[in-house]
Design a protein around this ligand. Structure first.
Ligand SMILES: [Mn+2]
Length: 283
């Protein structure tokens, strides 16, 4: 049988009417503060997904048995962050309006803001679970409000105090941590307290954002701002599975894979496996 050559994340080839989750990529990295390259992340995750199995022995589930659609990458304006964010927001809006869950593949972490704006409009009581090495709570970075170093601060402006729960954080300036203590809940270094947070957010709509640099650079070197002292792959796998199976995740993203810094391919493999475990736990 002849098939069209259309690249999707492994097994995510369902049609819109049956899909509960819709993947889409935002190949954008223009506010990256250190090493660029995450614009190639979503494409690499899609391409390399075929290097891992569709079956998860951790969850005894298979991607072949769930209904996910992959829209591919958005064609984004790389030179202008606000235009790119509007394009991401529009795509997320369309997915949410269709009653489906957007699953965004970055790109740098700023792309979260586009999808988050649409989700916050659809779900007024939106909460955030944020895994990252970096607090991303700066009001501006070198004068720019739209920067991946400020993305959670921009999200906070939309949802207010007490809605954002961060885990794995081990980097930021003194002012960011001080500001964060008053406005968000930050768990430093690991995932302790995650189960209690999930109990607290039971039934509430959750936006789940995963910056892969929460992983230790020894298992995830392929990223723009590596931060030693991170979590193990297995700790992240358990944590994302817990969030996706227990929380009411209405939208999510995985970001900050930078393939140019991943010559061995191990970081991309880790990213693929995180996406697979999240998709399986969501369904
Ligand atoms: Mn980060």
């Amino acid at each position: 049988m002849l098939n069209r050559n259309i690249e999707v994340f492994m097994c995510c080839d369902k049609e819109a009417d049956e899909a509960g989750t819709v993947l889409f990529g935002a190949p954008f990295d223009c506010t990256t503060s250190y090493r660029p390259g995450t614009r190639f992340g979503s494409g690499a995750i899609r391409r390399e997904s075929f290097g891992i199995e569709s079956y998860s022995p951790y969850q005894d589930k298979d991607l072949q048995d769930i209904a996910v659609m992959d829209l591919g990458d958005l064609e984004l304006c790389l030179g202008d962050a606000s235009t790119a964010l509007a394009q991401i927001e529009e795509a997320a809006e369309e997915i949410l309006t269709a009653g489906k869950r957007p699953f965004l593949l970055g790109g740098e972490h700023l792309v979260t803001l586009g999808a988050f704006r649409a989700a916050a409009r659809h779900f007024p009581e939106l909460h955030v679970i944020h895994f990252d090495a970096h607090a991303d709570l700066r009001d501006d970075y070198l004068g720019a409000k739209l920067s991946h170093a400020c993305v959670l601060r921009r999200c906070w402006e939309l949802v207010g105090d007490g809605k954002i729960f961060q885990f794995g954080i081990r980097s930021g300036d003194r002012e960011e941590f001080r500001w964060g203590m008053e406005h968000v809940t930050t768990r430093r270094f690991d995932f302790e307290g995650l189960e209690e947070t999930l109990d607290r957010l039971s039934g509430k709509p959750v936006y789940f954002t995963v910056d892969l640099d929460v992983l230790d650079p020894s298992v995830f070197p392929g990223t723009g701002t590596p931060e030693p002292g991170g979590v193990s792959f297995d700790a992240l796998r358990r944590a994302v599975t817990l969030v996706c199976s227990r929380a009411n995740v209405v939208a999510c993203d995985v970001n900050e894979l930078s393939p140019p810094y991943d010559p061995s391919g191990i970081s991309t493999a880790a990213a693929c496996k995180v996406v697979r475990e999240m998709l399986l736990a969501l369904h």
